[in-house]
Design a binder for this molecule. Structure first.
Ligand SMILES: C[S@@+](CC[C@H](N)C(=O)[O-])C[C@H]1O[C@@H](n2cnc3c(N)ncnc32)[C@H](O)[C@@H]1O
Length: 221
């Protein structure tokens, strides 16, 4: 899977992809993450990429030319291109699955300041939001989406972890415990200690249902 992340702040993306599971996935060639500086695609002097809004008002707006030129520089026929905006469809497990099913090349465009010139929407496949709140930039959303989708790529994490993850079968994951057996009087459930894997499987299935009913009953509807 190839990810192209278009941003005005490449170092934010680079610092994240240079650590842990994502770094290993890149080194193993399972995913490719390219960081593209939108500023490299402006035709204006001094690297200008934004300007004041028509009609007046607050802040600066990202201009069409550098953003669209940056998209066109990396886009091919198979690519899906999304703007990160608080107004897009909310990113969920189903959307991640949908993107993985549809493409092997995802382009994510990070906004900043007051956001994008509205006309840029004519050059992309859609907008994605990570929730009903407003961040200062699209870099964290792009990283979250890239990371969540990377987990779907075989080999990035082990299959057993992936198959048991929350949301995978519409339910939350079962609770996990590690050493010690007793932490300040809070004990690990006995069933996990007796080595009976049939019983452990049954217990975990029950726990998935219980956790989902308690924490996210909306998922059961
Ligand atoms: C300050 S925000 C612009 C908000 C815009 N004026 C609005 O209210 O809809 C700057 C940039 O951060 C990113 N951003 C902020 N919140 C986001 C969210 N919930 N999901 C995805 N991207 C977000 C977008 O790329 C956006 O262009």
């Amino acid at each position: 899977m190839r990810f192209d992340i278009l941003t005005l702040f490449p170092d934010i993306i680079k610092s994240y992809i240079n650590e842990s599971i994502i770094k290993r996935a890149i080194n193993k060639g399972l995913i490719e993450v390219n960081v593209i500086n939108i500023r490299d695609y402006t035709l204006l002097k001094n690297g200008q990429v934004d300007d004041t809004p028509y009609g007046g008002g607050r802040g600066m707006v990202l201009m069409c030319e550098p953003v669209v030129r940056a998209i066109e520089a990396v886009k091919d026929d198979d690519a899906l291109v999304y703007l990160l905006t608080p107004q897009g469809q909310i990113f969920k497990h189903e959307l991640a699955q949908n993107i993985v099913d549809k493409t092997k090349h995802l382009i994510l465009v990070c906004g900043h300041y007051e956001g994008f010139d509205e006309r840029i929407l004519n050059f992309v496949d859609g907008e994605i939001s990570i929730g009903d709140f407003v961040l200062t930039g699209g870099e964290l959303p792009a990283l979250m989406i890239m990371d969540a989708i990377a987990r779907f790529i075989p080999g990035v994490i082990n299959d057993e972890s992936f198959n048991n993850d929350s949301f995978r079968d519409g339910l939350l994951d079962y609770p996990e415990y590690t050493k010690p057996r007793d932490f300040r009087g809070y004990k690990v459930p006995d069933v996990l200690l007796n080595g009976d894997h049939k019983k452990i499987d049954e217990y975990r299935k029950q726990e998935k249902l219980r956790a989902t009913m308690e924490k996210r009953p909306d998922l059961l509807k």
